[in-house]
Design a protein around this ligand. Sequence first.
Ligand SMILES: Nc1ncnc2c1ncn2[C@@H]1O[C@H](COP(=O)(O)OP(=O)(O)O)[C@@H](O)[C@H]1O
Ligand SMILES: [Mg+2]
Length: 242
Amino acid sequence: MIKVEGLYKTLGDQPVLENINLDVNQGEIVAVLGLSGAGKTVLLKHLIGLVQPDKGRVIVNGVDFTSLSEEEMLKVRCEMGYLFQEGALYDFMDVYDNVAFPLKEHTGLKAAEISARVREVLKLVDLEGVEAKMPSELSGGMKKRVGLARAIVLGAKVLLCDEPTSGLDPIRSRDISDLIRHVSRQIGSATVLTSHDVGNSFRIANRLLIINDCRIAAEGTARQLKESKEPFVQEFLQAATS
Ligand SMILES: Nc1ncnc2c1ncn2[C@@H]1O[C@H](COP(=O)(O)OP(=O)(O)O)[C@@H](O)[C@H]1O
Ligand SMILES: [Mg+2]
């Protein structure tokens, strides 16, 4: 589903990512961990074609991004759901219109069909009866849920979540993490999330990787990471759990 091969990226004069390789299959959740500034968001932006690699390739659903025109890229992007770090809801639209927006923009669905689909995805993210609320009336956790609903409303089979638990308290962090796992299973997506929330990432991800010094310092299941001999990995995990 998602494949990254030998990706290198320098921004300004600073190398950010070096020799990143990644495979994510349908039905799998992969967490990308690392310190702030490690390059997690930059990696995620490559997966949606907002950033192009200096070297290496990104292939999603069999489509190599390297040779795509902007128009083709837009089409591919419609098949991917992206939950931005800050939710990125339109402040001037209520919940219903936020979630309906991609359907109005990119499909020829009739109003009744749009309404049915919006209700369906809001139900999937466990939000009902909030259609008329404005984003400013929602808690942080609810905003993330609406962002998640909007990300999947077009039927994405690839779900990318940037720091889904940032800014949330521990209970809401756990809830949104569980919800991402639930939604990923329901839609059968290949899911990549970035996080520095080790506990929740360990709980919901099938595999994890840790980026440090531009490179993948360790990769594997939670158990494999815990057994890693890499000093940075041990320090990172200990700092996160102490
Ligand atoms: N557009 C940009 N121009 C220059 N440097 C950038 C840009 N975007 C990100 N960076 C740098 O790339 C590094 C990785 O950033 P980022 O991926 O946002 O880290 P994080 O792991 O916290 O998500 C940081 O040092 C950041 O300053
Ligand atoms: Mg980030």
